[in-house]
Design a binder for this molecule. Structure first.
Ligand code: PEP
Ligand code: MN
Length: 447
């Protein structure tokens, strides 16, 4: 298979050096960890990745909707059953609401079990005259502002693998048992609707869902999907030492897969079409995604399609669009039009978080719930106008009651931000805000 770009879109002679990689101070320690990871069992299996690719093919064809969400940055401290369960529960609750509103299957994918490395806009950070390397996620260094914590430690990659194993074990167990039962998940949504002021406006929608469940029950319809949930995991494929060490060859086909997660994406800062991160995605057979920011050129998208999905296979490539609420209506249409005209058969997903971040006078990075909603609305409007499929949502969220984003759900205002600001990186929607977002998106989907 020839996957090189057509001549009209030739690559520069010298590819850029991989961006956002730590300078490991101890090469021997790095090599030892890489050797250990090369010998370790895969975290996910090729068949599972193929199944997710099939599910995403339905999204690309307009027959399903993707819900992808979780922490901006997972941390080693938070691998407890409580915290993993709370995030999972939040996603399952959102998925029920979206399934009902969209009347299509919702493909559920966590930003979980591997989301430990962060791209940063500056390599260093200065506080009170002291300058230290920036925190790059638990995969690389520690968040505390001291020289020892900020020193990159390659042994952390081993801890990423172990923490991901723990998280995956919880995810696999919880999604197969009563925890993921549709009736249970709906009962949680009921709680949100009756117990929170924000929830009251969704009473009618919740009633409709309940009647549908009772109807199904009365008819004796109880497919496996009612009692268990199909759930996948994803993360940004940023740290190439880690990702390369976990590539495994599928026995059935001899094809390489990333075994670090089902879906791997490349972020806004490392998406150079000729860069090492794109090259990594090109080499693996998993479903892959590329984040698309407001400055992306339509030709760049064609390059991604040529490189990552030369066979135009629905489900292989997803574009996660993160333009900002102010720009999505203006900038997205020409990207979608050009890609579609070129024969791309990708899934389009909206990340309404990363284009809408700002810092408050108290120094808290935050996002406004209403602005997040506005980007979702704009994304839906663009696709409706073009006759293309608004394929899903990619959100940063957590199951606990943090105070990191402003507005929505269990209303958080600016003054509340310091109360429970726990994110290791970007601000997340809390549990109530996430459910609120799902109900709002449901209203938009129903028009
Ligand atoms: C992220 O998803 O946390 C992130 C850094 O996103 P982006 O690459 O879109 O900025
Ligand atoms: Mn983020």
């Amino acid at each position: 298979m020839d996957v090189s770009a057509p001549k009209s879109r030739t690559a520069p002679a010298i590819p850029p050096a991989p961006g956002q990689q730590p300078q490991w101070p101890d090469e021997a320690a790095r090599d030892a960890v890489v050797a250990e990871l090369r010998a370790a069992a895969p975290l996910v299996f090729a068949e599972e990745c193929d199944r997710l690719r099939d599910r995403l093919a339905a999204v690309a064809r307009g027959e399903a909707f993707l819900l992808q969400g979780g922490d901006c940055a997972e941390t080693f401290r938070q691998t407890s059953a409580e915290s993993v369960g709370a995030t999972l529960r939040t996603l399952l609750q959102m998925a029920v609401v979206l399934t009902y509103a969209a009347s299509v299957p919702v493909v559920k994918v966590g930003r979980m079990a591997g989301q430990y490395a962060k791209p940063r806009s500056a390599p260093a950070e200065t506080r009170d005259g002291v300058t230290l390397p920036v925190y790059r996620g638990d995969a690389v260094n520690g968040p505390e502002f001291d020289a020892a914590a900020r020193r990159p430690d390659p042994r952390r990659m081993r801890r990423v693998y172990d923490a991901s194993t723990t998280t995956l074990n919880l995810v696999r167990a919880l999604t197969q048992g009563g925890f993921a039962d549709l009736h249970q998940v709906h009962a949680w949504n009921r709680g949100f609707v009756t117990d929170s002021p924000a929830g009251r406006r969704y009473e009618e929608l919740a009633d409709e869902i309940e009647r549908s469940l009772l109807f199904m029950h009365a008819c004796g319809v109880a497919p496996g999907e009612v009692h268990a949930a199909e759930f996948f995991v994803s993360h940004e494929g940023l740290l190439l030492d880690y990702e390369n060490a976990l590539v495994r060859t599928d026995d059935r086909t001899g094809t390489p897969y990333a075994s670090s997660g089902h879906l791997i994406w490349v972020g806004e800062r490392t998406r150079h079409p000729d860069g090492a991160h794109l090259d990594f995605l090109r080499r693996i057979r998993n479903p892959v995604a590329v984040k698309i920011g407001p400055d992306a050129h339509p030709d760049e998208l064609l390059r991604y399609v040529d490189r990552l999905d030369p066979d135009r296979e629905p489900g292989r490539l997803t574009f996660v669009v993160r333009m900002g609420a102010e720009r999505v209506r203006d900038r997205l249409p020409r990207l979608v039009e050009k890609a579609v005209a070129d024969g791309a058969r990708v899934a389009w997903v909206c990340d309404p978080m990363h284009g809408n971040t700002f810092v408050t006078p108290t120094g808290h990075k935050t996002r406004r719930f209403d602005v997040i909603l506005d980007e979702v609305q704009g994304f839906f409007e663009v696709h409706r106008a073009l006759g293309t499929h608004a394929g899903g949502l990619h959100v940063e969220l957590t199951g606990s009651d943090v105070t990191e984003c402003v507005g929505g759900g269990s209303t958080v205002d600016m003054a509340d931000l310091p109360l429970r600001y726990e994110s290791a990186c970007d601000p997340r929607l809390n549990h109530g805000q996430s459910i609120d977002l799902a109900f709002r998106a449901a209203e938009m989907l129903r028009g």
